[in-house]
Design a protein around this ligand. Structure first.
Ligand code: NAP
Length: 257
């Protein structure tokens, strides 16, 4: 299926590993030129080297107020256009609500909510020019609350609402804004969770992984590429009527509407 993405320009935040890296690989495989953003220069450079299309490495801490403006300016300097923004960078800690600190709450919102919001604001005029789109990588915790995921769930719910807000504006401005809610995707982040659970319970990692999947009532964990390919679809003309769509890609974990 030709997605007609060849030659278009996209920003992928949190591209240094995990889901963001896979998104960059899926988009570059479709011929997109990319701006790869994260704090780890080496991992970004390694990815850039392996992609089939030209890319720009932008090392940035997206919690910083000026980072989004600088990122978009660098994109326009390098490529002269912007067709897609993928807000993927995110890192929120799990834990007992009564033990989570203000700093942890601030940090969670600073990156995944305020970082994404600022990227959307800085990118918007260029996306309006190109009639481009935004894809927010959010998480099923934004729909379904769980006791140990207070920060992540709250941040994700806020990003889902921002998706709808900007999709509404995008109808008149010609910018499509959509979101993907990944479920349990096999990345380093999930592996860390499995490793901790294995050591807490004194069981093997494989057993802890199987137990977690059973508790989630899913047949298996997802792969980062399954998210990357969905982003490519949403970014393409084939998803032209997706506006404010929120797609759960979670192996059936979310059972509510
Ligand atoms: N994996 C899952 O099962 C799952 C499920 C639901 C939702 N999600 C969401 O999907 C997204 C990606 O998840 P993942 O599992 O791939 O996470 P990950 O492996 O922890 O990767 C997070 C990415 O964000 C970047 N990042 C972290 N802090 C940053 C900062 N201050 N400034 C700029 N970049 C920063 C990291 O790079 P540096 O450390 O180099 O900066 C990395 O590239 C996240 O938003 C996450 O909430 C994941």
């Amino acid at each position: 299926m030709d997605l007609r993405l060849a030659g278009k320009v996209g920003i992928v935040t949190g591209a240094s590993r995990g889901i963001g890296r896979a998104i960059a690989q899926s988009l570059a495989a479709e011929g997109m030129r990319l701006v790869l953003v994260a704090r780890s220069a080496e991992q970004l450079a390694d990815l850039a080297k392996r992609l089939p299309t030209p890319s720009l490495v932008q090392v940035a801490d997206l919690r910083q107020e000026d980072a989004a403006e600088e990122l978009v300016a660098a994109t326009i300097d390098q490529f002269g256009q912007l067709d897609l923004l993928v807000n993927n960078a995110g890192a929120t800690v799990r834990g007992d609500f009564l033990k989570l600190t203000d700093t942890e709450w601030d940090d969670g919102f600073a990156l995944k909510f305020f970082g994404a919001m600022r990227c959307c604001r800085a990118a918007w005029p260029y996306l309006q020019q190109s009639q481009g789109s935004i894809v927010n990588i959010v998480g099923i915790g934004g729909r379904t609350g769980s006791a140990e995921f207070a920060i992540g769930g709250s941040v994700n719910a806020a990003v889902l609402n921002l998706t709808k807000v900007l999709a509404d504006r995008g109808i008149s401005d010609g910018v499509r804004v959509n979101a993907i809610n990944p479920g349990a995707i096999a990345t380093d982040r999930l592996q860390t969770r499995i490793d901790k659970s294995a050591s807490d319970q004194g069981i093997a990692k494989e057993e802890a992984a199987e137990k977690l999947a059973r508790e989630m009532k899913i047949a298996r964990f997802g792969t980062p590429t399954e998210i990357g390919d969905a982003v490519a679809f949403l970014a393409s003309f084939r998803a032209a009527y997706c506006q404010g769509s929120i797609i759960d890609i979670d192996g059936g974990q979310t059972r509510t509407l």
